[in-house]
Unconditional design. Sequence first.
Length: 310
Amino acid sequence: MLQKFADSLQIPLENGKLTIPSEKGKGYLKGLLLDNGFGIMIRNYELYEDMLVVKRGDTDASDRIIINFTNIFFDNKGDENELTAKDLPTVQIGKGKIDLDMLIPKRTKYRTILLGIDKSRLKELLGEQHGLLIYDEILNTEHHLLFEEVITPRIQKVANEIIECDVPVNLQNTYYRIKAEEIVCLLFAELFKRENSPLQNLNEDDVLMLYKIRDKILQKLDVPPLLSELANLARMSESKLKKLFKQIFGNSIYNYYQSFRMKEAARLLKEKKVTVSEVGYQLGFTNMSHFGKIFEEHIGMKPKKYSKNS
């Protein structure tokens, strides 16, 4: 991927690092082979023009796991003032011939960490895990799979430590390997919390459609999603849509929507300094008591208390 990016920009790679020319953008991409079957790429850049990088998944890619951390913060304070519900840090875990990186839009800030790890190396890192279907599907089958998780504060902290690496050059490979192993373990600790149910083999069309459905759900947080409308848009049965959505995103459609709705409510209370009622009405609630109850379930405290503590 890094070499294809360099070829598209017609600039050389120097010791695994690609620095974007000032006339084409700003920032850098850096790639390292950590050890056999385990690599990392840090992407911190912005381009001034659209660029298309075609990276097709290998036909035998089921033996390699790709983990992509997106919207990563770059300091301890983070960039919370710039975030909306759609921009929250997330991580995608994929296996198989699924194309995720294609069009790179201009003026888009990429703040990501990409890990590639062979199944044998991942199994060595995680050890044997008995009775966990998600472990078996990822490590012991040839299925094409994709999962997405919202990044937890602990995962975000390690991601920051990877990006802010300040150890001597001769120790960086060791440092990155240790931190990469740590972030993978924290990620799988979250995946293992998911419902222990059989997973369905995915194709690329299904993945692209599920992300369109996800974007549709988050377009207007004041309007709860209607399953029948989403199923028509996806051209799937309601049961298939519900199953695939929960498989990829780890939550039901409505609970996923409600979770982001409450994160947006928390952001508005913290940043805009508007009243609880104004936030509730803006997000489609007519009953403020109900809004307060849902907010407390997701954020951990009542909205008035949250607003005062922000």
